[in-house]
Design a protein around this ligand. Structure first.
Ligand code: ACO
Length: 326
């Protein structure tokens, strides 16, 4: 045992746009039903950003709440990372726009693109800055306007996604090098580019010049999600020397209730320890983990000092998991 600098999450916040889109609303647009969507996915409704709301606007709302929860102000920030698939502009990074809108001082700011795994990637990258002493106060945001890249004529995908943002403040915390330490204890990140055809957007800057629409082979994605997420959870726990029975809360990327259940069943995890917000948020890609974490902290389920395992899979295919003590 020796003293070690950890990256602690000191505040969490989230934001959902006002506009609610229910399954019944979608049934007026495509040939679907509340029963079909809920049975297959566990989703009842999702949010849609207003036409004049950019993803940076969602991110800033979530960021302000996270800063308040941490007892910090924008003045304190020296690192901003935004995980997003739906940036305001091709450049500059949404993180730079967030820095300007928050009035944060000059510092490190950039975006991470790992689709639904983006928040886990971004948090793990932040660990490199904070735990090596290169940043003192970081804002890590997952923010998405997924409804802007959906094909609203494709019922197999347009019913699955929503808009929103979640943010965490991260700061250094001195630990003893044990799993009792507060902060990030381990993470694993993966990408298997071979499987990119299973889930992608059919446009981009250097190919079509258009933003494109989301395309997915649902069955295949489902199968890989259960296998890959379970693998990442076990790897992250192993790396930290923690047994899964010691984990207080699992906060998964919110894609589909059946994926959450499939992973829990595979690992023998009681579903009561799995935070689920998919019914009200749908799949908000990189935003879904901090959104879910914020809900469970504010309703009193996740408490300071508890062990929390974040996990995700998304386009790439990317996947990963991060174990931390709050
Ligand atoms: N409403 C009604 N019927 C529909 C709808 C809909 N919204 N969507 C598809 N169907 C129809 C299909 O056309 C098909 O009809 P057919 O048999 O006449 O051809 C039938 O329902 C069955 O379609 P399947 O695709 O086989 O349905 P499945 O049971 O696989 O469920 C789903 C589809 C929900 C997309 C599922 O595959 C899934 O959840 N996959 C995971 C996808 C996911 O969550 N991706 C998110 C991004 S990745 C991530 O975040 C992990």
């Amino acid at each position: 045992m020796s003293a070690v600098l950890r990256t602690a999450v000191t505040g969490v916040g989230s934001y959902l746009p006002d506009q609610v889109l229910t399954n019944q609303d979608l049934a007026k647009i495509v040939d679907t039903s509340d029963e079909w969507i809920f049975e297959r996915t566990g989703i009842h409704e999702r949010r849609q950003a207003a036409p004049d709301q950019a993803v940076s606007d969602l991110a800033v709302e979530a960021a302000r709440k996270a800063l308040a929860a941490a007892g910090r102000t924008a003045e304190d920030l020296d690192l901003i990372i935004v995980a997003t698939t739906t940036p305001d502009l091709t450049f500059p990074a949404t993180a730079a726009i967030v820095q300007r809108k928050l009035g944060a001082p000059m510092g490190i700011a950039f975006d991470v693109q790992a689709v639904c795994s983006g928040f886990v990637y971004a948090l793990s990258i932040a660990d490199g800055f904070i735990a090596r002493g290169n940043a003192k106060c970081g804002l890590i945001i997952g923010a998405e306007t997924m409804t802007r890249i959906l094909d609203w004529t494709d019922r197999s995908t347009c019913v699955l996604f929503g808009d929103g943002a979640g943010a965490v403040v991260v700061e250094p915390a001195m630990g003893q090098g044990t799993t009792a330490d507060r902060g990030i204890l381990s993470f694993v990140l993966r990408c298997e580019g071979e499987k990119q055809d299973l889930l992608y957007v059919d446009g981009g800057v250097s190919t079509t010049g258009q933003i494109g629409k989301l395309r997915m082979q649902g069955h295949q994605v489902f199968r890989h999600a259960v296998i890959n997420i379970a693998e990442a959870i076990e790897a992250a726990a192993d790396k930290a020397g923690v047994d899964l029975s010691e984990v207080d809360w699992f906060v998964p990327h919110q894609a589909n209730q059946r994926i959450l259940k499939g992973v829990a069943d595979r690992l023998g995890i009681d579903e009561a320890r799995v935070v689920s917000t998919v019914a009200k948020h749908a799949n908000t890609s990189a935003a879904s983990i901090p959104l879910a974490m914020d809900v469970a902290i504010r309703d009193g389920r996740i408490k300071p000092g508890q062990l929390v395992l974040l996990e995700a899979m998304g386009g790439g295919l990317t996947w990963g998991a991060c174990l931390l003590r709050l």
